[in-house]
Design a binder for this molecule. Structure first.
Ligand code: ARG
Length: 420
């Protein structure tokens, strides 16, 4: 193609005066702004979110202090029954479209009863708040009246009050193992976006001289659990910091370390008792994207085949690059005997360790993930720490799954050091 043929085309483009282009662009921007504004306005107004807090009594339950422990078998069992009752009641009611979520927050055992503290979320396009509250109260009242199951509930004990979003989130963030993913779901309704932010709020980055070195899990306001081998280079609190969030650099919420408690039986260069506790100088204030994971009871069992998730900023493959954003991998608990087979780890897995991943390889933790969490959601979608990333032969190799410290084996040790 010759140059002379192109020239007229270029010339004709130039004939648009600049003011016309500016005006056109401004016009388009104005319309776009109006549309977005209206959309946000209507979506937000149409789905206003309401939060409630309340309580009711379950009668004829002999006093059992296990109900005071949020992670006990008894608490989870009774809470699950009551949560199913609530979901059924709301989903078969005439306000099922407004219903979003209901949970048991705490159980308080008394002489011959248990008081259940509840937490509810609804959406409603109308602004008559008191009428919605009363309708919810009526449904709960009816639910408590018909004692179809083995439980006797007291409708007269029912209390229900509306609370602010801030207070509602505070209640959830003070409990262990809950994710604000629920809140992300209803954020989406109000037109927000669902980020991966807050998906693993207990995940921490242990930093040596400001650089990511290991993973760790927040288990209390001032305590984290990690691997002992993370302190091979240094366990001097002066060199250590802890941060949270999904992006490793720059550090999000820097915290200082007061003390590192390494398991007494850990031996450098060996793999057993690879557990340590980090005590922070100050309390972490829990928020949607930073709060603690639940610790399982010492007696709890996590059978082979159970789905678990490992998270961390470790390298993407053996000797490979490290990611900037937190990574997650869904894996499965592997039977210890299978993991001890000749092709696998040939008897090196002791009963305080746990294998997780796939014998086929590919999905695994890797260097830099050490100390980080291996978690499992219970039937109420509350997340428990089952393992601490410890070791493995390279990463994602066939017959060489990741090896984790079994948290239940160290549950009493953790309690003795932290009171948790
Ligand atoms: N020891 C490694 C670290 O210090 C992590 C080991 C995990 N390896 C594995 N294949 N799962 O980060």
């Amino acid at each position: 193609m010759s140059a002379s043929k192109l020239r007229p085309v270029i010339a004709s483009r130039k004939s648009f005066p600049p003011w016309m282009i500016i005006l056109g662009v401004l016009g388009v921007l104005a319309i776009l702004g109006l549309v977005i504004g209206l959309l946000v306005h209507f979506l937000a107004v149409e789905n206003k979110i309401y939060y409630y807090q309340g309580s009711f009594k379950v009668l004829n339950i002999p006093y059992d202090r296990n109900y005071e422990r949020e992670t006990s078998l008894e608490s989870n069992y009774l809470s699950k029954i009551l949560e199913i009752k609530m979901v059924d009641a709301f989903e078969s009611s005439n306000i099922y479209k407004q219903y979003i979520n209901s949970q048991i927050i705490t159980l308080v055992p008394e002489n011959n009863s248990v008081t259940a503290h509840i937490w509810l979320v609804f959406k409603d396009p109308r602004s008559n708040q008191e009428s919605l509250r009363r309708r919810i109260e009526n449904i709960l009242h009816q639910m408590l009246e018909n004692n179809s199951g083995s439980l006797t509930t007291d409708p007269g004990s029912l209390k229900l009050t509306e609370i602010t979003k801030v207070d509602a989130e505070k209640i959830i963030n003070n409990r262990c193992g809950r994710r604000p993913r629920m809140s992300a779901t209803y954020d989406r309704i109000t037109g927000g976006s669902t980020a991966q932010k807050g998906e693993w709020p207990w995940q921490a980055s242990l930093r040596v001289n400001g650089k990511h070195h290991c993973g760790a899990s927040l288990i209390g306001e001032r305590f984290l659990l990690t691997a002992a081998h993370c302190f091979q280079r240094t366990n001097n609190p002066k060199n250590l910091t802890v941060s949270f969030g999904t992006r490793v650099t720059p550090a999000y919420m820097q915290h200082y370390v007061e003390e590192v408690i390494i398991h007494e039986d850990y031996v450098k260069g060996q793999h057993h008792d690879d557990v340590a506790i980090i005590k922070l100088t100050e309390k972490v204030s829990f928020r949607n994207d930073v709060h603690r994971v639940c610790l399982p009871e010492a007696t709890q069992v996590f059978p082979p085949g159970e789905g678990v998730v490992v998270t961390g900023w470790g390298s993407l493959y053996y000797n490979g690059k490290s990611p900037l954003l937190l990574q997650k991998a869904s894996i499965k608990i592997i039977d210890t005997n299978a993991c001890n087979s000749e092709e696998a780890y040939g008897g090196r897995i002791v009963d305080t360790m746990l294998c997780a991943g796939y014998m086929e390889g590919n999905v695994d933790a890797c260097q830099g993930d050490s100390g980080g969490p291996l978690v499992h959601p219970n039937s109420r979608d509350i997340w428990y720490l089952v393992g601490i990333v410890s070791w493995g032969h390279e990463c994602g190799r066939v017959n060489k799954p990741g090896v984790y410290m079994r948290v239940t084996s160290y549950r009493d040790w953790i309690a003795s050091k932290t009171g948790i």
